[in-house]
Design a protein around this ligand. Structure first.
Ligand SMILES: C[S@@+](CC[C@H](N)C(=O)[O-])C[C@H]1O[C@@H](n2cnc3c(N)ncnc32)[C@H](O)[C@@H]1O
Length: 235
């Protein structure tokens, strides 16, 4: 999987969909600060891609101390942005226990990981986080409007209304497909198995896909409406 991603899939999309980017960025900020009630502290981003969100976070005063990104193309881009990048799968990266304040996965890296590995990873994150530390998972849920359209597009060849609508709010059709589509409840259950017991959720991108880039959408509590959802576990 290391070379299937290309940086332009992400950066071109974000340039052309600035309001969607801003809505998703606001959700990341809300998730890692628990709605502006904590400092993010020592922060690790998993599956950061080109580091574009981390770059935007830095401009807004949030430091991402370490990035884990297995794709050589994307890791190089994140490194060029000045981040400390470990080019590896999260499964292969050890961290000391009680050493991290915030771990976030923006853009569903966990959706490329099988359940067996994910259980081990969440257990490890529980140990690696300091007390009060935060693990934030940001995802397009399978039953959301965007989730349904993306999954439908995998099954339809050629041009269709679905592909037309998707271009308004999703990456190019060549962007690698997320393999595992799990609900927010599925992820919560996996996190509970890993030791977490306190959860919060926020969401954004609640409009129909063709209107999502018209303006920045608000972040609101919950997970049952948005096409972009943050499930946050607190240690
Ligand atoms: C859809 S992209 C999201 C990129 C970026 N965070 C964003 O939101 O634009 C998913 C990312 O997860 C990374 N990824 C996939 N499997 C991973 C794993 N096992 N460990 C860490 N990252 C992984 C991919 O290389 C890719 O950069």
């Amino acid at each position: 999987m290391t070379d299937v991603f290309r940086h332009e899939y992400f950066d071109d999309f974000e340039r052309e969909h600035a309001n969607i980017f801003a809505s998703k960025l606001a959700l990341v900020k809300t998730a890692i600060t628990l709605g502006a009630t904590r400092q993010s502290g020592y922060t690790v981003s998993v599956g950061a891609g080109t580091g574009s969100y981390e770059d935007a976070l830095r401009r807004d005063g949030y430091t991402v101390h370490r990035i884990i990104e297995p794709s050589a193309n994307l890791a190089a881009e994140a490194r060029a942005r000045g981040f400390e990048v470990t080019e590896a799968l999260i499964q292969d990266v050890p961290f000391e226990e009680l050493s991290i304040d915030t771990i976030f996965y923006n853009g569903s890296a966990f959706g490329f990981i099988n359940e067996h590995d994910l259980r081990d990873i969440f257990q490890a994150h529980y140990r690696q986080l300091k007390p009060g530390g935060v693990l934030a998972l940001l995802d397009v849920p399978p039953a959301s409007a965007l989730g349904l359209a993306v999954q439908a597009s995998f099954r339809i060849d050629g041009e269709s209304y679905i592909s037309q609508v998707l271009r308004a709010s999703w990456y190019s059709a060549e962007t690698p497909h997320k393999e595992y589509w799990r609900t927010t409840e599925d992820y919560q259950a996996l996190l509970e198995d890993g030791g977490f017991s306190r959860f919060l959720t926020w969401q954004t991108l609640r409009r129909h896909l063709i209107y999502q880039n018209e303006s920045v959408e608000p972040v609101v509590p919950g997970y049952q409406e948005g096409s972009y959802v943050a499930l946050v576990a607190v240690k």
